[in-house]
Design a protein around this ligand. Sequence first.
Ligand code: HOZ
Length: 441
Amino acid sequence: MERTIRKSEQAFKAAQTVMPGGVSSPVRAFGSVGGNPIFMKAGYGSEVTDVDGNRYIDMLSSWGPLILGHANQKVMRAMFTAGMKGTSFGSPTPDETRLAKMLVAALPTVEMLRFVSSGTEATMSALRLARAVTERDKILKFAGCYHGHVDALLVQAGSGVATLGLPDSPGVTAGTSADTIVVPYNSTTGVEEAFAEHGSELAAVIVEPVSANMGVVPPAPGFLESLRSLTEANRSLLIFDEVVTGFRVGYSGAQGMFGINPDLTILGKVIGGGLPIGAYGGPRDLMAQIAPSGPVYQAGTLAGNPMSVAAGIGTLRGIQRFAPEANGEDNPGGLYAHLDRLTGGFTDALEGIAKKLGIAMTLQRVGSMFTLFFKEGPVANLEDAKSSDTERFARFFHAMLDEGVYWPPSQFEASFLSAAHSADDVERVLAAAGRALERIG
Ligand code: HOZ
């Protein structure tokens, strides 16, 4: 049956009259894949339903936070129980300490942390702290990494900036971007050269330890190690942006997976279970510089919001208590091992289908996050990612929508599986992808 999207189209028309591009965040507008965005009305488990009533297996998972799937009942109960007692107090609550303790216990490099309301805020605050304690101005970032829409980091950024092919954003002053040094991802030589030239001026190197915003690009062997040793040697801080990877690639994030200890860690997404949240943390002596214990100012009316914090606690508990028997399978190793097997099986099978059809495709995956690039691989940096066949990706995206699968609407983003995706879901997505690839050629 033909898919009807009449109500989505009406909703988009109405949205465009009052919101730029009709959306609250650019990539959602389908700019790079064409067509009009689908407006959602509900999500349950591994599925989302649009306003016309079409159902899709969701491969977006709200861009990563929903590791337990949509409307997980335990998370919802925790969140509503908190909300029924008040949505915000502008005063501290014990649940903030509870969640903070869970995060500190999971991440050995984080002894103290501060909650904020988004990953962008967390990044902005971590940079301020790094600049304050090092008394230096410059920051090194990597092309294609995205750290929220912080002015200083909107230079050769990934995510929507890469998706829409935008130049660095107007409105960011030359002075602000003058303090940002950009190096290709996975280029240890580039970082060495930057340190040789600017070593004494660099406050910090900020990196997504697995990049997720030019599509999934894992760190090359030795890359993160070289960042650690170069920052140490030059007394700069190493900041891991684990907004995507934190509690997604493993319970101790990418830092646990690769065994590298950053000085500061930025968190978001999974730790709020789908509600707005962010956090930045590190060793006690560094975090003690934040007001009111120290002079580095940072504040927020809704920071540590009770519903976000409750959803975060509920999500982390759900991860810890993931019950293998509920999936009817033998599941040594808990949720992360389960997701690794599920996602690995999926990407291997999809690669096999593409090979059979003679389609140039590379699947890059770390744990339950992956990107299908329409090109021969590997993809090691933004330049590689940009040489993907984005037109073919757009055709694939729409063919998958017709097949009832909601893929991220950009070649430069990650797909995520969750605890709610069953083996049957994965089989259905594979079959859909096979038909879609055959159709688009
Ligand atoms: N920056 C997000 C993905 N990496 C996109 C956010 C959104 O559009 O919701």
